[in-house]
Design a protein around this ligand. Structure first.
Ligand code: WTA
Length: 602
């Protein structure tokens, strides 16, 4: 416990904690009990007070080519103004604020303003549909929603406020704050207020109240094995301690020297922990880029690395594979010599992508830190130390100091090297989730019921002969598409909500670029005409474009066991063009032949 007490010293505490960990209410942990702090003060004000106000916090790059450099002093002023503005709308400690914004500085400012007020934010990815936004806003009972008129995507302005209006029709949300980004006309209703009209005139003075270490910092929704997303709850002291600690040790981050860039979106946990809270707590200078990597050209990221002298670059395997497809001659046109540490997150990185990343982006020498963690873990859990004597392409290697992880078999017994098992976290950690918002039973059932006294991560893993950990992907019905978690049940329920569909089954099939691709099997309603394209669009409308199936097969039946459970394993065989496995437990063993026949017909 001395270890984590030492890490917590990285932060400014208004009141020091009395106990490092109280695990008596397991599986609900309390870290740094009695301690009080303000997360926004830790990320911004204290750096200004320490004399670093002129250091650039954010080199922001807009997709159309506009840019802004924001110093810590300017960020402090903006966050204070926004906190005053939200307070003027009646936002108080404990109130939830939903945020759906593009990757613009206001997104970070809004999150920090909420943190400053002790109002947990719930950030919803900009690509989520109105109905996905609506369910998240309703589940968290958000009082205020912050959004933008629109966002730039591949050079085009696409509406955002219109989505929010659709999502909030008839809802109890009191105010919608709208940032002007794309500039097109948006109808402003009675509860709507422009960000610039609300925020710009506010005072830059705002007192940052210290909150209890266990005060809720944010809720972030993630997909689980059922259709309904889970609101993962994170609190303040332990979370901030572990994100600051890992951001520093895993990336070997040096404040004032490094230029750091994490390419995630703030709508995901990686954006929360490694764009907002970790780097800012560590006084990083970072790049934040609004757009897609091929707008206006496929060298955009490397142009930005060269321009700002990025030294630490953190991205996802799916993007690395995309860069590989575009060709190595693209990064070769830029000076990437400033890069000294490369990171990977979101899915297992295949050795080929690992080697390409190191060779063509890291000059053949940069350490690659393959970081395993989850929305639920809050911060990096498994990663090779950057000074590691040996890197293994495709292995996240070892738990970071202070963290304990194990690979176990069905009975919870540690497996021997080479055997596959389940990854569990057998000791509490500071940034661990503090539950599923409003659903204690689901929290216990999902994470704590499978193995006694240990957290079940939902990932398969194995040890190699050196005891290093290799992650093998999800063992539940969660797919990983371009590093995004999407549950099969969520896509299935979107499909069956279409009038032409009687039944649907969805599997994740290996995909050379996105890791997994979504493949759906649908049984049409009697005599109904189904258009596969219409179904794909329907899923995009229901959830968001990221959930669009890569392929939809219209089939007469689905393979089910005698107890009525769909055998996805067999569907995966079809989707991945493999020979179909054991069908003996099927209620009707002829079904697979029908499906396979159907497939060759499409
Ligand atoms: C997967 C993203 C292998 C894993 C931070 C996990 C990984 C899920 C890695 C969490 C990695 C993430 N190697 N698999 N380095 N990083 N994963 O909640 O299946 O969006 O359970 O958090 O991504 O996804 P989430």
């Amino acid at each position: 416990m001395d270890f984590w007490a030492e890490q917590a010293e990285r932060l400014h505490w208004d009141v020091r904690w009395s106990e490092v960990l109280d695990w008596s209410g397991a599986p609900y942990a309390k870290w740094f009990t009695g301690g009080r702090l303000n997360a926004a003060h830790n990320c911004v004000d204290r750096h200004v007070e320490a004399g670093f106000g002129d250091q650039v916090a954010i080199h922001w790059v807009g997709e159309p080519g506009d840019s802004r450099d924001i110093t810590y002093a300017q960020l402090r002023d903006e966050v204070c103004r926004a906190a005053n503005a939200l307070a003027s709308l009646g936002v108080r400690a404990g109130d939830r604020v939903a945020i759906q914004l593009p990757m613009i500085p206001e997104a970070i400012v809004a999150m920090l303003a909420c943190a400053r007020l002790g109002a947990p934010h719930s950030v919803v990815f900009g690509g989520f549909s109105p109905s996905a936004l609506r369910s998240r806003v309703e589940d968290a009972e958000a009082k205020v929603v912050i959004t933008a008129d629109g966002q730039f995507r591949r050079g085009q302005a696409v509406p955002m406020k219109a989505n929010v209006d659709e999502a909030l029709a008839g809802s109890a949300v009191e105010k919608v704050v709208v940032v002007r980004r794309t500039g097109e006309d948006v109808p402003m209703g009675e509860r709507d207020v422009w960000w610039h009209e609300l925020v710009d005139g506010q005072s830059t003075e705002h007192f940052a109240e210290a909150f209890d270490s266990e005060h809720p910092l944010f809720i972030l929704y993630t997909s689980g094995t059922t259709g309904k997303p889970k609101g993962i709850l994170h609190t303040t002291g332990g979370y901030l301690t572990q994100v600051a600690y890992t951001h520093q040790v895993v990336f070997d981050h040096r404040p004032g020297e490094d230029v750091y860039w994490c390419t995630a979106d703030i709508g995901w946990i990686t954006g929360h922990s490694y764009i907002v809270y970790g780097p800012l707590a560590n006084r990083a200078t970072q790049v934040v880029y609004e757009g897609t990597p091929n707008t206006p050209h496929e060298g955009r990221h490397w142009e930005i690395v060269q321009k700002y002298g990025v030294s630490i670059y953190y991205t996802a395997p799916t993007l690395i594979r995309t860069f590989m497809k575009w060709g190595e001659d693209i990064p070769a046109r830029y000076d990437l010599s400033s890069l000294r540490v490369l990171g990977s997150v979101g899915e297992p990185i295949n050795p080929e992508a690992w080697r390409w990343y190191r060779e063509h982006i890291g000059a053949g020498t940069a350490p690659i830190v393959d970081t395993w963690w989850q929305t639920e873990t809050g911060a990096i859990m498994i990663a090779p130390p950057p000074g590691s004597p040996e890197f293994k392409p495709g292995s996240a290697q070892t738990p970071v100091p202070g963290i304990s992880a194990m690979v176990v078999d069905d009975a919870g017994k540690e497996v021997a090297p080479g055997e596959s098992g389940y990854l569990v976290l057998d000791q509490p950690w500071p940034s661990m989730l503090r539950g599923v918002w409003g659903d204690d039973a689901r929290f216990r059932e999902t994470y704590w019921s499978r193995f006694t006294g240990a957290y079940f991560a939902g990932d398969g893993a194995r040890y190699d002969a050196d005891g290093d950990i290799w992650l093998l992907g999800r063992v539940d019905d969660v797919m990983n598409v371009s590093g995004h978690r999407i549950s099969t049940a969520e896509v299935e329920s979107a499909l069956v909500s279409h009038p032409a569909v009687a039944e649907a089954a969805v599997v994740g099939a290996a995909d050379p670029t996105t890791g997994q691709g979504i493949v759906a099997f649908v049984i049409p309603r009697d005599a109904a005409e189904v258009s596969v394209q219409e179904l794909r669009d329907h899923v995009a409308r229901e959830i968001g474009p990221i959930a669009k199936p890569r392929q939809i097969m219209v089939v007469p039946e689905l393979p089910k066991t005698r107890s009525g459970k769909i055998m996805r394993r067999l569907l995966r065989d079809v989707a991945e063009n493999r020979e179909i496995g054991d069908v003996t437990t099927l209620a009707d063993s002829g079904v697979m032949a029908q499906i396979a026949g159907q497939k060759s017909a499409t």
